[in-house]
Design a binder for this molecule. Structure first.
Ligand code: ZN
Length: 304
């Protein structure tokens, strides 16, 4: 965390242009190469590890509050749900970043795996956490379950890259392969950031170049644009004010994006080191709003 935070601060100060940006990694990406994900297994929302109430308010209505004072207790806004024509039956891969067992399996998560284009990086990291110890891996998993339930209600088939929050892995290259092997119509990695305490907001990470080629990269960008719109309208978060540009962040070091042959992005759902963002992340209502933004962005993309 310390090293990455320093890098992030340096980058935030130095980066005005997006071109060539190779910022610090998202709070990480990865898992355990030894783990074999059960990619077809379903996980019910009720299995949410610590807050089963998070599943209840996905469609609740309230006024959106995208400002810095967004209330953690407000429910998702009443918005017109995306047109799902064309989306029904398609496969979506949801990738909850990190895993609960990573912290106690350093050897596994530190092993090097392909990052794409001849580079290697660690299998995964532990992810970040809030000042009070609320972990990113738990947040990622909780939000992912909400997104899965929402998309399934719209007739999509959803595959999770991990089906519990107590395992190790899978590694970031395996997470990409799950989307590729499923020929997913869209894939998204769900994370939260560990940036400077003064920084707020969501980030949409895109591969500068993926092994999927220019067509996949263009589709991934369209996916990012759609999520940008729904995040602004529904999530309660603002576009990042400390890294990237207006919530967008091209990267060349995210294996899970570099190795994708299907449209894929990574979303950092706020900064867990910022008290305002953390309040949203820790509340069931806040997570429901972010999950709705993710689901609606995917539906908007697939409906095109
Ligand atoms: Zn992360």
């Amino acid at each position: 965390m310390t090293t990455r935070t320093k890098r992030r601060r340096a980058q935030a100060a130095a980066t005005v242009l997006l071109a060539g940006m190779t910022a610090w990694a998202c709070a990480g990406c990865g898992g355990n190469a030894h783990a074999t994900p059960s990619v077809l297994a379903a996980v019910s929302v009720g299995a949410s590890p610590s807050d089963s109430s998070a599943s209840a308010s996905v469609s609740a209505s309230a006024s959106p509050s995208p400002s810095a004072s967004a209330s953690a207790s407000s429910s998702p806004p009443a918005v017109m749900r995306a047109n799902t024509v064309g989306a029904t039956g398609k496969v979506v891969v949801i990738d909850p970043g990190h895993d609960g067992g990573n912290e106690t399996h350093a050897a596994e998560i530190n092993q090097l795996v392909p990052q794409g284009f001849g580079q290697e990086k660690a299998c995964d990291t532990t992810g970040t956490n809030g000042a009070d110890g609320y972990s990113e891996h738990e947040f990622n998993f909780q939000v992912s379950l909400l997104v899965k339930a929402d998309l399934e209600q719209h007739g999509l088939r959803v595959i999770l890259t991990r089906n519990s929050d107590t395992g190790v892995g899978p590694c970031v290259n395996v997470r990409a392969a799950i989307g590729n092997n499923a020929h997913a119509a869209a894939a998204i990695s769900i994370h939260a950031d560990g940036g400077p305490a003064s920084g707020r907001g969501y980030q949409l990470l895109e591969a500068e170049n993926s092994v999927g080629g220019a067509g996949v990269d263009a589709a991934s960008h369209r996916l990012a644009v759609d999520l940008h719109s729904t995040f602004d309208q529904e999530s309660g978060l603002i576009p990042s004010n400390y890294v990237g540009a207006d919530g967008y962040e091209p990267r060349d070091d995210i294996a899970g994006l570099n190795l994708s042959t299907v449209p894929k992005i990574l979303v950092e759902c706020g900064n867990m080191r910022n008290a305002s963002d953390l309040a949203l992340e820790e509340s069931a209502a806040g997570r429901a709003r972010m999950a709705q933004a993710i689901a609606d962005g995917i539906l908007r993309f697939l409906g095109q």
